[in-house]
Design a protein around this ligand. Sequence first.
Ligand code: HEM
Length: 122
Amino acid sequence: MIGSLMMRTATMILVIGMIWGIEMGIRQSFAMAPAHAHLNLVGGVLLFVFGLYYKHFPTAGGSALAKWQGWLHITGSILFPLGIALVLAKGEAFIALPIIGSLIVLLAIALFALIVFRTSRA
Ligand code: HEM
């Protein structure tokens, strides 16, 4: 079920995001803070909460739309922070990555809104 995959992926992302935070602290170099923040919040917190919703409403979690939503969110929540990090480290040449990543996340959130409006009365 996509909900379990989303929650498992979210916990992995949080482990990586927190190690990244510790690494920033050790190096006393905080340039990557926006990428770290988006990885933890979009890829960790949001992904886990959406997975919980699908567990709570199995009709929603079992739908084909939820599968699309989950995979889009997972893809976007990795591409978006990775893009931010690349722009911060290498410059504007990589600007397409965070733009595409953020649009994928936006699409995933819009799909999630649709799913919630359809199923949250159940
Ligand atoms: C082991 C756990 C974590 C460590 C060691 C850590 C470390 C850090 C560090 C060093 C900064 C930069 C601070 C600065 O610029 O002065 C930061 C910023 C931030 N972190 Fe974390 N973090 C951790 C977990 C998390 C989690 C779980 C979240 C969210 C769910 C989070 C969200 C943020 C946010 C929103 C910022 C501010 C980003 C910005 O100012 O651009 N962090 N973190």
